[in-house]
Design a protein around this ligand. Structure first.
Ligand SMILES: Cc1ncc(COP(=O)(O)O)c(C=O)c1O
Length: 370
């Protein structure tokens, strides 16, 4: 079976994790956390990087640091992973969904202003599958309406928007280091910001909101979202290889493009000229009429031939966690269409050229119109 994801854990990473263990640094105390935060901030060129135990926690903490609370509304793309909207709901706030661009699947800036109400406090663009959202119009709208911008950069380490790295553009931003991400700590996340007050609040809220004046007196309702030193050691090792990992992803996308161009009804990823795409996942659409079978049949046939794929994220209207609370209503035509027609191909960092060739040949083999 060719899996959708298989990570690369470098020898350097393994050595660093072993070193942390040998030295007895296993909790969130000690130098490994500090080093990883410093290195990640240095890589991005931001003032603060605050480690947490998942990308979902990073989003929650970023929202809290931005001052999002009970009854606030936060604008989020209809096409995204559940952690984007669930983290908003953890704050007692309301996710307000906006449809996405039909080519790059990120929030469509032309639709944002219509979703703004007196309760809107923030916009959360998501750099989906590794392609940056169109940030300039989003920043302009945020400025005009005095809203915070929180980038969900969980899938986009190293991607750039007009030369700026994603996760450095919003007021406060979030990354994931889950096993399938561009760099991984197994589970893990990072909050990034240039804002000193937000960084301070993020650091306190991820660690039970201990009072500065007296530890174990708690100023607020905080959370234990701390990362361990073993994860941080793995993260430092992984970060040292990020340019190799990004080159692997670019190469993978080129190989897929070479192997898949010209198949009727198969849409390949689009990259805007203002973006660098990091191809966290190589995402495609199947047009049933032109390809000859629908996406579900396509995925089943590939699986039977040893190629695993994943569905796209599903529309808000199909999520009981939203609809059961009276949320996620409305129609999002682009999201609904791509959720129906989209899936992603094996895209892990360990994928080989031979495996990519097999995937492309298998796809050609199952296309009734070829
Ligand atoms: C867009 C997006 N946001 C947030 C997350 C949450 O990250 P984690 O799985 O580390 O909690 C993910 C994770 O896959 C994601 O894809």
């Amino acid at each position: 079976m060719i899996p959708v994801n298989s990570p690369v854990i470098t020898q350097d990473s393994k050595a660093l994790v072993a070193k942390a263990l040998e030295e007895g640094w296993i909790s969130s105390a000690g130098p490994y956390i500090e080093n990883f935060e410093k290195e990640f901030a240095g890589y991005l060129g931001v003032k603060h990087a605050i480690s947490v135990n998942t990308g979902t926690a990073a989003l929650h903490i970023a929202l809290l640091a931005a001052g999002i609370g009970e009854g606030d509304e936060v604008i989020v793309p209809a096409f995204t992973m559940a952690a984007s909207w669930m983290s908003i709901m953890y704050c007692g706030a309301i996710p307000v969904f906006v449809d996405v661009d039909p080519d790059i699947y990120t929030i469509d800036p032309r639709l944002i202003e219509a979703a703004i109400t007196g309760k809107t406090r923030a916009i959360m663009p998501v750099h989906i599958y590794g392609h940056p959202a169109d940030m300039d119009p989003i920043l302009a709208i945020a400025k005009k309406h005095n809203l915070k911008v929180i980038e969900d950069a969980a899938e986009a380490h190293g991607a750039t928007y007009k030369g700026r790295l994603t996760g450095t553009i919003g007021d406060v931003n979030a990354f994931s280091f889950y096993a399938n991400k561009i760099i991984t700590t197994g589970e893990g996340g990072m909050v990034t910001t240039d804002n000193d007050e937000m960084a301070d609040l993020a650091r306190r809220m991820k660690d039970l909101a201990h009072s500065k004046a007296k530890r174990f007196i708690h100023d607020d309702l905080g959370y234990n979202y701390r990362m361990t030193s073993m994860q941080a050691a793995l993260g430092s090792g992984q970060l040292a290889s990020i340019s190799d990992f990004l080159a692997t992803k670019t190469h993978m996308a080129k190989e897929y493009e070479n192997g898949l161009t010209g198949i009727p009804g198969l849409s390949l990823p689009v990259t805007r000229d203002w973006a660098t795409h990091v191809y966290w996942m190589y995402a495609i659409l199947i047009d049933e009429q032109k390809f000859g079978i629908d996406k579900d049949q396509f995925r089943a046939k590939l699986l039977a031939k040893g190629v695993d794929t994943r569905d796209f994220f599903y529309a808000p209207s199909t999520q009981p966690a939203l609809t059961g609370r009276g949320l996620g209503g409305g129609s999002f035509l682009v999201t609904e269409r791509i959720a129906q027609d989209g899936c992603y191909l094996p895209s892990g960092l360990a994928i080989t050229d031979d495996q990519i060739k097999v995937v492309c040949e298998t796809i050609r083999g199952v296309c009734p119109k070829l």
